[in-house]
Design a protein around this ligand. Structure first.
Ligand code: ASP
Length: 353
């Protein structure tokens, strides 16, 4: 393809960042890495896109694509960096807990080449729910395991049960609980000690291999201080992410309840099927979200009081993202992994998320 960078540049770019991933480094691989065809026979421009917290994820996923890794293995290994990072309080280990102080994680994934899907919801005690979702996809006749059953399933495959609260996330939760009700028996924490908390966060990653194979994954600790048992959009196939190997993939972060109602991952892929470019498809999905938004979620200016983001790639390796309010997303386009501006429906930042 004429618009592809030279193979030398691609390989140079791949060498930057993480070290080469060997087959044995990938737990439960979909398949071992295999040599790429000559670049003249590449069907697509390889690419990895992610939410803004996924700069390292897209670098890792892209490196693996150029080492001939499977598309799903690449995106899962990418998002695992964030899941294992105690400083990302929106995903995996260190994610903010539910109202009871328990971290409950959601994740889902789809693998274009095999047309399979896997998901886990309200999973406790396991740092990398994206990997467990991949195991559901790979080893079971089911798609979605939740709660205790999902945990038992993970333990059977050798995952270790761990305390997912970090010192920081426990402190943030105790602070939230203390200030919840001025009349309860917990003394309010003075405003001076106010902590900045992001109420939402998640990572979605979508990738296209040089052969045009596509996968997507979304993983999250969900809304901070949610009602125990709540699952958001991230583990719902067709909402948090969706892949059709003939068309493309899409995923989402932000207010999950608003995405679930439009099946945003699926809708965005369907819009690409009808010919829309990835960014335009994401914008159309957001318009549908607005059409179906309850008045209580709109501010006096009629604009949503929350934010929602969509990310998309198509079969050719074109990619894009859009949000209700301006923001950025991460992409590796073959040259470099960097943050880019998203298209947005509205101009000003969200009054509140
Ligand atoms: N979509 C996630 C959820 O609703 C949260 C987020 O992305 O911020 O659980």
């Amino acid at each position: 393809m004429s618009d592809l960078l030279s193979r030398r540049k691609f390989l140079a770019s791949a060498a930057v960042g993480v070290a080469a991933t060997r087959a044995r480094d990938i737990p439960f691989p979909m398949r071992p890495p295999r040599p790429l065809p000559p670049q003249s026979r590449w069907a697509a421009k390889p690419v990895a896109v992610s939410s803004a917290n996924g700069l390292r994820a897209v670098q890792k996923a892209f490196d693996m694509l150029l080492q001939g890794a499977d598309t799903l293995d690449a995106v899962i290994e990418g998002v695992k960096i964030q899941e294992l990072d105690p400083n990302d309080d929106s995903v995996g280990y260190g994610g903010l807990p539910n109202a009871d102080g328990v971290v409950q994680l959601d994740a889902s994934c789809m693998h274009g080449p095999t047309k399979r899907a896997g998901a886990v919801g309200a999973l406790e005690g396991i740092k990398t729910p994206s990997e467990v979702a991949k195991l559901v996809l790979k080893y079971t006749n089911h798609i979605f395991l939740v709660g205790e059953g999902a945990k038992r399933f993970a333990l059977q495959y050798g995952f270790r049960e761990e305390d997912l609260l970090t010192e920081h996330s426990r402190e943030v939760w105790l602070h939230w609980r203390a200030n919840l009700n001025p009349d309860d028996d917990y003394l309010d924490v003075p405003e001076a000690q106010h902590m900045t908390v992001r109420p939402t966060g998640t990572i979605n990653c979508d990738a296209v291999t040089p052969q045009g194979d596509i996968s997507s994954v979304t993983t999250t600790s969900g809304l901070a201080f949610k009602i125990p048992g709540r699952v958001g959009d991230s583990p719902i196939i067709g909402a948090g992410q969706y892949t059709d190997n003939d068309i493309g993939a899409a995923g989402s972060t932000g207010r999950g309840e608003s995405n679930i109602k439009v099946c945003g991952g699926f809708l965005t892929v369907e819009l690409m099927r009808r010919g829309l470019k990835p960014t335009d498809a994401c914008l159309e999905t957001l318009k549908r979200v607005i059409q179906i938004t309850e008045p209580r979620l709109l501010g006096p200016d009629g604009k949503p009081k929350f934010n929602l983001n969509f990310y998309a790639v198509n079969k050719r390796g074109e990619f894009g993202a859009a949000s209700l309010y301006p923001g950025s997303y991460a992409a590796h386009d073959g040259r470099e992994a960097k943050l880019r501006d998203m298209a947005s429906l509205y101009e000003r930042p969200a009054a509140s998320r």
